[in-house]
Design a protein around this ligand. Structure first.
Ligand code: CAA
Length: 258
């Protein structure tokens, strides 16, 4: 892979978008490599992912403006679909994904972070959807996910005005869960990922699915989604071990993802 690095440490995989010359902007090749990387994640052993950008300046500075500049309407739509398909794969990925936003998260960069389950960022992070200043709409999910995360009013203000916001404002409006000095961002992401990875993997996956799927339907249907995923945990080795450990007043020996 030219633009994606993937490393596994323990039960945590780290995906790094590595195109620093273009501030990690997303061209078709980056999107394809990201797609392939996700397909290759060993879901038997990896229990959480971290997504970050190479370098100290940018997470992802958006979709590649050079590549987009000459697209026809049909090609523009196809490019939007290419990004949306990969981002949806990330959003529905079976295990949790943490975005460690280490700088610019503009346009497609803000959008890819919003496809992750959890966003944390460094103090130098900048978020925004600058697309209308380029003559286009956000095209990798920004018109849909930003409103779901920060509310319709704030999303419309950010998108219509194309105003970028700094880390403290992103924290205040709930776009990120926490802000760290740059050098503390990856250790914090690793610590958070490890705190997820130590829990029963089937249960964690079912929580992700229950929250994601439940948010798309009304409450009556949502609680049925929960009931099924709750029921699905029973009879698993990990459910028996987790509950037996509690009843025997001992620590869980190990969750085995079965
Ligand atoms: N696409 C292509 N190249 C990009 C890029 C992008 N989104 N963002 C940065 N680059 C390139 C620059 O062209 C420059 O390349 P050269 O050295 O070859 O000239 C290099 O990265 C460094 O960038 P700058 O010199 O501009 O760095 P800076 O520190 O002065 O500014 C910045 C940083 C404010 C992030 C600025 O680069 C910028 O505004 N980038 C564009 C951000 C943007 O508009 N993103 C949204 C894209 S549209 C989109 O994402 C659509 C969608 O929803 C799918």
């Amino acid at each position: 892979m030219e633009f994606i690095n993937y490393e596994v440490e323990g039960m945590v995989g780290v995906i790094t978008i590595n195109r620093p010359k273009a501030l990690n902007a997303l061209n078709s090749q980056v999107l394809e490599e990201l797609d392939q990387t996700l397909d290759a994640v060993d879901l038997d052993n990896v229990r959480a992912l971290i997504l970050t950008g190479a370098g100290e300046k940018s997470f992802v500075a958006g979709a590649d403006i050079g590549e987009m500049s000459t697209l026809t309407k049909a090609e523009g739509e196809a490019f939007g679909k290419k990004g949306n398909d990969v981002f949806r794969k990330l959003e529905t990925f079976p295990i949790p994904v943490i975005a460690a936003v280490n700088g610019f998260a503009l346009g497609g960069g803000c959008e890819i972070s919003m496809s992750c389950d959890i966003r944390i960022c460094s103090e130098n992070a900048v978020f925004g959807q600058p697309e209308v200043g380029l003559g286009i709409t956000p095209g990798f999910g920004g018109t849909q996910r930003l409103a779901r995360i920060v509310g319709v009013g704030m999303a419309k203000q950010m998108i219509y005005s194309a105003r970028n916001i700094k880390a403290d404002e992103a924290y205040r409006i709930g776009l990120v869960n926490a802000v760290y000095p740059l050098e503390e961002l990856m250790p914090a992401a690793q610590k958070l990922a490890a705190s997820i990875a130590k829990n029963a993997p089937i249960a964690v996956r079912n929580c992700k699915k229950a929250i994601n799927d439940g948010l798309q339907v009304n409450m009556d249907e949502a609680i049925v989604i929960e009931e099924k995923l709750f029921g699905d945990c029973f009879e698993s080795y990990d459910q028996k071990e987790g509950m037996t450990a509690f009843l025997e007043k001992r620590k869980v020996e190990a969750f085995l993802n079965k």
